[in-house]
Design a protein around this ligand. Structure first.
Ligand SMILES: Nc1nc2c(ncn2[C@@H]2O[C@H](COP(=O)(O)OP(=O)(O)OP(=O)(O)O)[C@@H](O)[C@H]2O)c(=O)[nH]1
Ligand SMILES: [Mg+2]
Length: 413
């Protein structure tokens, strides 16, 4: 365990608790939290000189190994702190990147987290090589003539970044192929929500998916898709994906593009909320903001308040939940742990699908291309009516979003 002094800004609410949990996830023990007001951010240190001195002295007196900032530090601020204290100084973004790296097991997840780390480390290559930064770049080349080690490092990292981006493009193509195979009349939903809300547990319960569900942050990095038979006869493909957190590093969101695309392309989203968490409302807003950031802000959402088995009827929490409920289209309460409310949840899912069936009227030309499109609709959509005229064909059908978007130009109403 590394011992750390934490620095959070005044007014950041429960972020300090969250930072402690984040640190624990990468074996960092918190020995002290400084909650600092930030009146005038300093370009060199972020904090004022008095506070800076006080924190560094404390960290040295109590033999801390590192100082962890909740607010993001610029590369030069980080450098100044490290030089002055002689300790490893990192911020929340780096902790999150570190957790993601430690969780990555598949090639896709490793590539995505690796890319985000490389891009984060690029402007920070001159830093001391502390334990968290040891893998940062990992670039000890031989010194070329007239070149500094730094330039060599930069070049190597840039090369690695472009190689990883190329590989991720491949991954993205593979995902698109898999998705196209799945696409059909079956509606698709993606389970989204704050990390640790119970997303994987829900997919496991509904589809016997066998995904690792654990009481830790970012247990899931890779999406898993399963098919669910509904009692009304229909079925649904459900995808469990990576969780969100406040202040998710932007580079990470970009790097996880292919994974997050599952949410963008689903017909609707199932937003799981840990309703027992006193910070549920902030988690709810974070998820909505992240969805917006990845381009899934306009999706229809069904809200699931999970973990009602440990829901405390604390008044403020109830008010928060009620507030969220008022904003949502459709919501339901359940406990994946005890099974309470699951039948209701399934019924709501069926209702949601029924109510959101959108019929589209297509007009295709009565030629080779038109017939090809018609046959695709027949294989992937539910056809309501079909009308053949001399020069065109009109088809009314219920289609997955993906088809409707692709053939939007042929839609009449
Ligand atoms: N008490 C209680 N615990 C639950 C419930 N649902 C899930 N959990 C627990 O909550 C923890 C997190 O569950 P996961 O399913 O891994 O959560 P997740 O949303 O997939 O989390 P990430 O993959 O990390 O984003 C696990 O320890 C679960 O056992 C519930 O209804 N009640
Ligand atoms: Mg999970």
């Amino acid at each position: 365990m590394d011992r750390a002094v934490l620095v959070t800004l005044k007014g950041s609410g429960k972020l300090a608790d969250e930072l402690i949990t984040l640190c624990e996830s990468v074996d960092i023990e918190t020995i002290k939290i400084f909650t600092v007001p930030l009146n005038k951010p300093s370009a060199a240190w972020l904090l004022g000189s008095g506070k800076t001195r006080e924190i560094i002295d404390y960290a040295l007196d109590y033999e801390a190994d590192m100082i962890v900032f909740n607010p993001a530090l610029s590369p030069s601020q980080q450098r100044n702190w490290e030089k002055e204290s002689g300790l490893c100084v990192i911020d929340r973004h780096e902790i999150i990147l570190e957790i993601f790296s430690s969780r990555a097991t598949t090639r896709e997840a490793s590539l995505q987290t690796g890319l985000a780390r490389m891009e984060y480390s690029l402007p920070r290559l001159t830093r001391a090589w502390t334990h968290l930064s040891r893998q940062r770049g990992g670039t000890r080349g031989t010194r070329g003539e007239g070149e500094t080690q730094l330039e060599i490092d930069r070049r190597i990292v840039l090369k690695k970044i472009s190689r990883m981006k190329r590989e991720l493009e491949e991954v993205k193509k593979q995902r698109a192929i898999q998705r196209a195979k799945r696409a059909g009349t079956v509606p698709s939903a993606c389970i989204v929500g704050y990390t640790n809300a119970g997303k994987s547990s829900l997919l496991n319960l509904l589809c016997d998916a066998g995904i690792k569900a654990e009481d830790k942050l970012f247990a899931t990095l890779d999406p898993t898709t399963r098919s669910l038979k509904l009692s009304g006869g229909g079925s649904l493909t459900l995808t469990d994906t990576v969780g969100f957190i406040r202040d998710l590093p932007h580079k990470l969101v970009q790097a996880f593009h292919s994974t997050l695309e599952e949410a963008v392309l689903a017909d609707f989203l199932i937003h799981v909320i840990d309703s027992s968490d006193s910070d549920a409302e902030a988690h709810y807003r974070t998820t909505l903001a992240t969805l917006k950031e990845i381009g899934a802000g306009e999706k229809r959402i069904m809200t699931v308040f999970n973990k009602i088995d440990c829901f405390t009827e604390d008044e403020s929490n109830l008010i928060n939940i009620k507030g969220i409920q008022l904003e949502t289209e459709q919501s339901t309460f359940c406990s994946v742990k005890t099974g309470e409310g699951i039948d209701q949840l399934l019924a709501e899912m069926e209702r949601f699908i029924r109510e959101n069936r959108i019929e589209s009227l297509f007009r295709f030309p009565a030629d080779g291309r038109g017939y090809k499109l018609l046959s695709e609709l027949h294989s992937k959509c539910e056809i309501i009516s079909e009308d053949h005229e001399d020069s065109y064909i009109e088809v009314r059908a219920v289609c997955p979003d993906e088809i409707r978007n692709r053939y939007a130009g042929y839609i009449l109403d």
